[in-house]
Design a protein around this ligand. Structure first.
Ligand SMILES: C[S@@+](CC[C@H](N)C(=O)[O-])C[C@H]1O[C@@H](n2cnc3c(N)ncnc32)[C@H](O)[C@@H]1O
Length: 198
């Protein structure tokens, strides 16, 4: 299905790019392709008890897609104020067609590295949002949260860079659970890595 059809179905607008002006650590806005999300969630299922955080959620595509498909609580965290405003506009239009879904969908204007991980959060999504230095801080926060409240955690990377992969393999207790390729992708980084802890 074309991107436009998914956007119409969810009643949102998430296409396009937004660049940062010379920010050394924050990456630009660009949404995960719907085709990639379809590939991921054809093999990876969420349970009703799961709670998802999309770090660097942008205009919210992944958050809306997951919320709509699995009806679980989702939190998007975004630091660009214009982009966050667009996510909130999308939430208003999305709720016209998804008012029947009880699970909350929230967007926080926050730095990912300062987000206070909730003890119920257990699935964390990253589409290459920031430098590996920030990624390390976010993962450290997740691990501290697990120390306080033991639970199984999944961490999903889309378009995984070598620096993220090396950090995950060498410096964290996460194990690589699965790799999901996107059918027809030309770029070998267009894939998902799913890591699990516990
Ligand atoms: C590649 S986009 C991914 C968007 C969305 N997750 C998706 O997959 O459709 C990365 C987003 O991360 C945001 N970002 C960058 N650094 C951030 C930070 N430190 N805290 C929160 N968001 C950040 C950017 O503004 C951008 O919107």
């Amino acid at each position: 299905m074309a991107e436009r059809k998914y956007e119409q179905r969810l009643n949102i607008r998430t296409t396009g790019l937004r660049e940062w002006r010379n920010h050394p650590h924050y990456n630009r806005y660009e949404a995960t392709p719907y085709q990639a999300l379809e590939a991921l969630f054809s093999v990876y299922r969420l349970e009703k008890s799961d709670e998802v955080v999309d770090f660097g959620c942008g205009r919210g595509r992944v958050s809306f897609y997951i919320h709509n498909r699995f009806q679980v609580p989702v939190t998007g965290v975004e630091v660009n104020d214009k982009t966050l405003e667009e996510a909130l506009d999308n939430k208003r239009s999305y709720r016209y067609i998804a008012n029947h879904i009880d699970a909350p969908i929230r967007f926080d204007f926050a730095l990912a590295e300062q987000y206070e991980v909730d003890e119920m959060d257990n699935i964390f999504y990253f589409f290459n949002p920031f430098s590996v230095d920030i990624f390390k801080r976010v993962v450290r926060n997740i691990l501290e949260s697990v120390e306080k409240e033991k639970r199984s955690i999944d961490l999903i990377l889309y378009y995984p860079l070598g620096s993220y992969k090396r950090f995950m393999a060498k410096k964290t207790p996460f194990k690589l659970l699965n790799k999901v390729k996107v059918p027809g992708a030309q770029d070998k980084l267009e894939k998902f890595l799913i890591y699990r802890l516990g």
